[in-house]
Design a protein around this ligand. Structure first.
Ligand code: HMG
Ligand code: MG
Length: 302
């Protein structure tokens, strides 16, 4: 079996993780979380989102958080942006990288961004063009690549169409979102194999939520197809406000544990990662949603 020697982990906990929390997390806690994740050696940390605060109130402090963190050399700090207004706010805050998003079904697109798929393409094209003119790097997300909470099965052709459009317009990476964590390993592999005939696999990322407990298996499967970028969320935080019942992303601790065991380099320090997960879980008043973190913390406690 062919696995990458090295994997880049994109930590999405401060954005994808926290966006769904009902309790307002103060900006200073978010800042401390980002700093702890940076201490742990994560190479990319998605800090927040410039989306409508009416739609996702938890992200309303994202600009404040971004301005307060100490940006370190060698770490990417993307911010999620849905439209030109978000780009404007990101640019004003000094953001050097954004992530935009589109979905594979009309219903999810409407629920998440109040527009059709076609309108979302026009929107992201405009954002990509404007961002690149400002020398801001752009990452793309495609939501519901293995299933939609409203429409069920999705078409791989739509995933391919969106991925091609994002790459053609200038995204440097496209992340495949199993937003509701319904996919299984064979499906995930079939999707990547299909995409591989048209888009560069090293520039694809796996963004798997763990609702059905399939995320690690799916990551293991798609790494065999050449995927070497994995999105994950410390302590398994998260969910999408427009995908009811969807749980968090795969936990970063679980991914790092698996990759370390396979001899795959991530550059992440597990002890410091555990500290970051403990910190935010303590604030939220619950245990980390990570089997590896729970086991390792119990072992540490003796
Ligand atoms: P809309 O209501 O159609 O937008 O929402 P609008 O242009 O009519 O504006 C409405 C109000 O929002 C106006 O304010 C705008 O100024 C303001 P008002 O005049 O009423 O006071 N507004 C903004 N404010 C701040 N930042 C902005 C912005 N844009 C407009 N960027 C919109 C359209 C796209 C804005 C809205 O639907 C939205 O914000 N959606 C984001 C939803 C979201 O964040 N979802 C979760 C993230 S995606 C996800 O989790 C999936 C992912 O993880 C991958 C996966 O797992 O699949 C990425
Ligand atoms: Mg997500």
């Amino acid at each position: 079996m062919n696995f990458p020697g090295q994997v880049k982990i994109v930590e999405v906990g401060p954005r994808d993780g926290l966006q769904n929390e009902a309790v307002t997390v103060p900006a200073e806690i978010k800042v401390q979380l980002v700093e702890k994740l940076a201490d742990a050696g994560l190479p990319v940390i998605e800090v927040g989102a410039f989306v409508s605060p009416k739609w996702v109130p938890q992200m309303a402090t994202s600009g404040e958080v971004f301005r307060q963190i100490t940006r370190r050399d060698g770490i990417g700090y993307p911010m999620l942006v849905p439209n030109l207004k978000g780009l404007e706010l990101a640019h004003a805050a000094g953001v050097r990288e954004i992530a935009l998003f589109a979905a594979t079904t009309e219903t999810f697109s409407q629920k998440n961004t109040n527009c059709s798929i076609a309108e979302s393409i026009d929107r992201f094209n405009a954002v990509i063009d404007a961002a690149l003119r400002l020398d801001i790097r752009v990452r793309g997300y495609i939501s519901c690549v293995l299933g939609c909470p409203y429409e069920g099965e999705v078409s791989m052709d739509t995933v391919l169409m969106l991925a091609e459009k994002m790459f053609d317009r200038g995204c440097y990476e496209v992340s495949l979102g199993d937003t509701i964590g319904v996919g299984t390993a064979g499906q995930a592999q079939a999707l990547v194999e299909k995409l591989a005939r048209h888009v560069p696999v090293p520039q694809l990322a796996a963004h798997f939520h763990d609702t059905y407990g399939q995320a690690l298996a799916n990551i293991h499967a798609v790494m065999q197809c050449g995927i070497a970028v994995i999105d994950s969320s410390v302590a398994g935080l998260g969910g999408c406000p427009y995908a009811k019942g969807a749980t968090g992303n795969v936990a970063t601790e679980d991914v790092v544990y698996m990759l370390q065991g396979m001899g795959i380099d991530t550059g992440v320090d597990m002890d410091k990662l555990l500290e970051a997960g403990r910190f935010i879980s303590d604030f939220l008043g619950r245990e980390p949603v990570s089997r590896a973190a729970t086991a390792l913390l119990r072992k540490q406690a003796g």
